[in-house]
Design a protein around this ligand. Structure first.
Ligand code: SAH
Length: 345
């Protein structure tokens, strides 16, 4: 069975012709799948019943079925969805003044091994396909009845470790004949895969790049983010400079504040020195506690002190991310982990 969400318009038309149908039927199907985001063939009301039956034998659409959802008082919805092979990944719907955002996963599990992250606890299972990236967006739109305006690739997985599908996704999701989402409204977040940052810069896509830094000291960053052994902080910042020079886009630095680990004045000072004068923005996020890891978030007054250092002394544009959905307090991967644990016991 072929996943229609995984196919381009010309691939759909070709496949439809191969089953003996006219090309315009392929275009109609493309519109149902990619523009209207249907999850069921029976919703394709301008197709003959016989064709719908034929399609059901050859193709699938509904590649991400939401099996559990946590709804927060502020409108955030954390969804856990099943892929066609039964693997589970999370996606999140958030609503802001400037529109609706989807946070989607790029891999089942993750192999990057960040110490504070729940997605990496069981290692990597597999990469998601571009159709499965898109499937998460359609499922969230269908669930809420609202259009997604912004997308962040910040669910489980490392988007630049699944580089080809990630770039395909960026092209497909911005297609004016498909979902037609503005490229400027998409953020790709990475723990720092340096060669792929250079590659991405050369693609000239106009997305926002976010770097998960979380510690400005090399030896300490190695402890919480093993990728640092492969690509050190100096090398990473050089790649970021290249990205900025090539694209003219401001880069976001993500910094999850963990009590007693990376939240001292010395950390703020070093972060300030590293980023001073660059076209960057720092996002401070109190870490989401992960019970398996024992990390606690930094207290608010300390977060404000950390921010003041960066803003006042180093003139770095800094925001504290207001955690949406804090009452459903579920960091990346936690929902999936609790489901996997429940299945084992
Ligand atoms: N692999 C990519 C994207 C997925 S993680 C990356 O590393 O950027 C998305 C963001 O959530 C990253 O900034 C990651 O470091 C952060 N994150 C992971 N676990 C977290 C936690 N428990 N609390 C706060 N942020 C967390």
């Amino acid at each position: 069975m072929k996943d229609l969400r995984n196919m381009t318009k010309s691939q759909i038309v070709e496949a439809i012709e191969q089953i003996g149908e006219k090309a315009f039927r392929g275009k109609q199907i493309f519109e149902w799948v990619m523009q209207k985001g249907v999850s069921d063939f029976d919703q394709m009301t301008n197709l003959p019943k016989s064709l719908i039956e034929k399609l059901k034998q050859e193709f699938t659409i509904d590649n991400y079925k939401i099996v559990e959802q946590l709804v927060s008082g502020d409108g955030t919805i954390k969804a856990l969805g099943a892929l066609e092979d039964g693997n589970l990944v999370e996606s999140v719907f958030m609503t802001y003044k400037h529109g609706n955002s989807a946070c989607i996963s790029t891999q089942v599990g993750c192999k990057m091994g960040c110490a504070f992250c729940a997605s990496t606890l069981g290692g990597i299972v597999r990469n998601l396909t571009v159709g499965e990236y898109l499937g998460q967006i359609y499922a969230l739109q269908n669930l809420t009845g609202k259009r997604i305006d912004n997308i962040v690739l910040m669910g489980s997985g490392e988007p630049l470790d699944n580089y080809e599908e990630t770039v395909k996704f960026l092209k497909r999701v911005t297609d004016t004949e498909g979902l037609n989402i503005s490229i400027r409204s998409i953020t790709v977040s990475t723990c720092g895969l340096v060669p792929e940052i250079y590659k991405l810069a050369d693609e000239h896509l106009g997305i926002t790049l976010a770097i998960s830094l979380h510690n400005p000291f090399e030896t300490e960053r190695i402890e919480i983010m093993p990728i640092t052994k492969r690509y050190g902080i100096v090398e990473l910042l050089k790649a970021v400079d290249y990205y900025i020079a090539k694209t003219g886009r401001r880069v976001t630095f993500e910094y999850a504040l963990i009590e007693g680990i990376n939240d001292s004045v010395a950390h703020a000072e070093q972060l300030g020195r590293l980023l001073k004068g660059k076209l960057v923005h720092v996002n401070l996020i109190p870490v989401n506690a992960v019970k398996e890891k024992g990390f606690k978030p930094t207290q608010n007054n300390r977060i404000n002190g950390f921010k003041s250092q960066l803003v006042d002394k180093y003139k770095i544009n800094t925001t504290v991310r207001r955690e949406l959905g804090s009452d459903i307090n579920a960091a990346c991967g936690q929902l999936r982990n609790s489901r996997l644990e429940a299945n084992q016991s």
